[in-house]
Design a protein around this ligand. Structure first.
Ligand code: HPA
Length: 268
């Protein structure tokens, strides 16, 4: 499956060797406006890539340049809540790693658990809580599956991202992301529990991909766009439409920052 996807990429973008993979979540799709010389390939043409099924999530692989890097951008991801399977991103991430990607930059929309981090804030993820305790590595064999999750979010890349945001005059929070399986939003009691556990934000994605990326030896940087306060922390009514409208409002600033960060990361 991976080899078939690699062949298609080689046909559509001959000689293109991306070193950074980016996964775009809700609100981050305008990053593709910043790509130079973009080539787009529908997931439908790429064996093993997910057939996206959630409004607000595209289904295309974009290849192009951002600053000093050749990048492969997945516009659209598969979530655990769509089918119950949490390993749907294994094949695409494996393909991107095989193409040359050394770094995975992830983005998502999330609810905030911190009063000082209101909607439209941006948060770098510095650690996560895998609340469902589900793993995309179940069924793998060999000792490689026992992945070290210390420094899962690369401290060197985190420091670079903070500095790059500062240079742009954009305030960037850092915090812990809790994975809630979804698709229902949390109850206020669950939000209080997550806050007590030390989480700063909550969302329904990202954690399986981080585990997969570490398994595949890729370094991870991840950013959350806050679209709402966690359930019960404000009188907002939560819905997917609300997430998308809040994400759209913060989208252009977030993508501009993301393009600057990705284009200027320094790594081997
Ligand atoms: N909870 C879970 N996922 C989310 C939220 C939330 O409040 N907001 C955006 N994605």
């Amino acid at each position: 499956m991976t080899n078939d996807a690699l062949k298609i990429v080689a046909q559509r973008a001959p000689g293109f060797v991306p070193t950074v993979a980016v996964v775009l979540g809700s609100g981050w799709n305008t990053l593709t406006d910043y790509l130079e010389r973009p080539v787009r390939i529908a997931y439908a043409d790429l064996p093993g890539f997910p057939q996206a099924g959630v409004a607000g999530h595209g289904g295309e692989l974009w290849l192009g340049s951002l600053g000093s890097h050749a990048v492969a951008v997945m516009s659209g991801r598969k979530h655990g809540y769509e089918t119950g399977a949490v390993d749907a991103m294994h094949a695409p991430l494996q393909a991107l790693q095989a193409l040359g990607c050394r770094v995975l930059v992830q983005t998502n929309a999330a609810g905030s658990l911190r009063a000082g981090m209101p909607p439209h804030s941006l948060m770098l993820i510095n650690d996560h809580i895998n609340l469902p305790q589900r793993s995309p590595l179940v069924g793998q064999t060999g000792s490689q599956r026992f992945v070290d999750m210390m420094k899962a979010y690369d401290p060197v890349l985190l420091a670079q991202a903070l500095k790059l945001a500062q240079e742009q005059g954009v305030s960037l929070h850092s915090g812990i992301y809790a994975w809630a399986f979804g698709p229902q939003f949390e109850t206020p009691a669950e939000i209080r529990m997550l806050a007590q556990l030390g989480a700063d934000a909550v969302g329904m994605s990202t954690v399986p991909e981080t585990i997969l990326a570490r398994y595949l030896g890729m370094r991870v940087l991840a950013l959350s766009m806050i679209t709402n306060m966690g359930a019960g922390l404000s009188d907002e009514h939560l819905s997917h439409a609300h997430t998308l409208s809040q994400a759209a409002a913060a989208s252009s600033g977030a993508s501009e920052l993301l393009a600057h960060i990705v284009g200027n990361l320094v790594f081997e």
